[in-house]
Design a protein around this ligand. Sequence first.
Ligand SMILES: [Zn+2]
Length: 421
Amino acid sequence: MKYLFKNANILSSEEVIFGNVVVAENKIVYVGKNLPNEKKFDEVIDVNGNLLMSGFINAHCHTPSTVLRGISDDKPLEEWLEDIIPKERALSDDDIYWSTMLGIMEYVRGGITGVEEDFGRLVPVVKAHKTSGLRARISIGFPNVAQKKEDMPLDKQLEVVQEAGLSAVCFAHSVYGTSEENFEKLITFAAKNGLPVSTHMSETLTEVGDCTVKNNDLSPPQLLEDYGFFDRQATVFHAVHCDKDDLDILANYDINIVSCPASNLKLASGIAPIYAASQKGINVALGTDGAYSNNSYDMFKEMFLAATLNKAALYKADILPAHKVVQMATQNGAKTLGFENVGDIKEGNFADLILVDLNGPHHQPVNNIISNLVYSAKVADVYFTMVNGKILYHNGKYNIGESPEKIYEKVTKIKNKLNKR
Ligand SMILES: [Zn+2]
């Protein structure tokens, strides 16, 4: 298929230009002011001055949790985990597939084109992502708290992900949830197979305190450094309670931080020092975390919070400007997940793009599109989502391999089943 997007405000490499974009098969092949002959295209989409930009990368989520949205709200993290874990374990493979499909629906509706999926029970998760066409990095390893052994051998897990054409990351839940032995096993496997690693880190004060007490005063980053977790490309989720020394450790390695500000606020975990981390040259991306702790997959909300929380905490309005935060939600996310040629609208990149309606009163008058994107845009403004050259959402119509009606019917049944327990 060959698409022409004409009359678009195009967000490309941090600036907005007015022009046209050509997509051929799965790549962006032209970005510029020239208007090619429309007859040469399978579909011409008049963007009418709305915004064409790269899709958002949700760099940390547990999408199968979507069906657990709202079931254990307003509780501290430790109590919340006790609530969530048995319910999560009660989900069948079929439940996980449909719950993930519901999450993917929400992703494409809100302009999310790529995700890191940190969850066990690989087969239904992989099936959902393969069915939908979303870009995904899938975790293998030790996703659960106090997991004694992997669900299936690591090499078999890798095979399942790779056979589906998806990329893999070796994931350990956390220093409190994963044994040293399992960390070692995972790190060895990652090294042998040339894979990156990821884990939750320093999410709460309790986690940091317990870690120092149990491990000769070592903070979670110090302990992970000791394990050798940072000897290959690593991603840490949250990094809320990191002091200067911790950030210095992270800055010494090839490490990405994924900040999930909405989840950190809702679970009262705190405010991640993403400004300080960025200043030290650490790549910072954004994620939503699961629907049971957020409770929505809304990258506009994450961008707003990422832009404003550090401003308020440090009493500095001139840090983390809007364009930097958009970069976190797009390019930095793609870098974190190892998605090459993704995250920006430029020739040669994969066609992972979205259209954002700028006609709502909250965008008018359009003084600054990038500021509007962070400070006033909403999920409902997204009206078109394309991944790898395939339209997954357009004006209320989903093309993710399952119909919304069927997804809603299935997740309602799962909800009723869980309520009976
Ligand atoms: Zn998480």
